[in-house]
Design a protein around this ligand. Sequence first.
Ligand SMILES: NC(=O)CC[C@H](N)C(=O)O
Length: 313
Amino acid sequence: MSLDEIDRIPSLLPQWVESSRQYCINGKVASYIPELSKAPIEALGIHLIDAQGHSMSAGDSDLLFTMQSISKVFTLILALMDNGEDVVFDKVGMEPTGDNFNSMLKLELVQPGIPFNPLINAGAIAISSLIAGNSPIEKSERVLNFLRVLSNNRSLAYDMDVYRSESETANLNRSMAYFLKDNGVLDGQVEDVLDIYFRHCSISVTCADLAQMALVLALNGKSPETGETLIPRRYVQIAKTFMITCGMYNASGEFAIQVGLPAKSGVSGGILTMVPGRYGIGIVGPALNRKGNSIAGVALLETLSNEFDWSLF
Ligand SMILES: NC(=O)CC[C@H](N)C(=O)O
């Protein structure tokens, strides 16, 4: 951390959170998964950890929320570690869609059945079928354990209410999964694959958990505590590239211009981002903008990135 930042972040962060919080009223909490609609619309929290383990937080950083699409970054990494690049990129592409995360439009239009990338729902469902394990339960446990290691939090667990709520209402994801199965993209039973997907989306975290996971990516896969390699550098590179090109849905270009950091958002209002080599950052703000990203969270990141010149570009 540069001296300037050490001095300024802790004192400025609370006021930046409060000024960004005012955008919440222009956003909407997701409700297509009924349980998510219970989230507090005015909440905004942030947690930052630097490479030396110093942490800072402000606002509602203790709020628990589900990872949702943020988990897709880590199932991609685990699928790469389990199968290698050739197998994974046989099932999913490497390109942004420009469409909504749950769109089916290009699934049939371009290369039938092959999702454009692993961060849209269709791509992440295909990735769920590539997680190694002898049973759907074992596969889900491997994902949860991987995230427990990366977050350095052994008690990470599912939010079963959100899990059930999504599982009961996921007609669109179900239809995509059956379409993928029909095109030979999914291995195994469709419902088993969907169960793995719903479970990893419903892993419950705080901003500190996201910041810790992000810090591992910021350090190119190394544990901040022990220096041990938790993820091969090549797979971190792939994940970070997808975060830049597709991590903020079809607002990824705008986010790259305004903030310029690899990031992944989720429909519960979480954002995981990092300043490579320096910080892991976790944010929550359940009020979403029209593209589905945390409206206040994006505003807060724009302020931070501009103040400290964090853009990679
Ligand atoms: N954008 C998201 O976070 C979407 C994840 C959510 N579980 C879904 O499939 O719809």
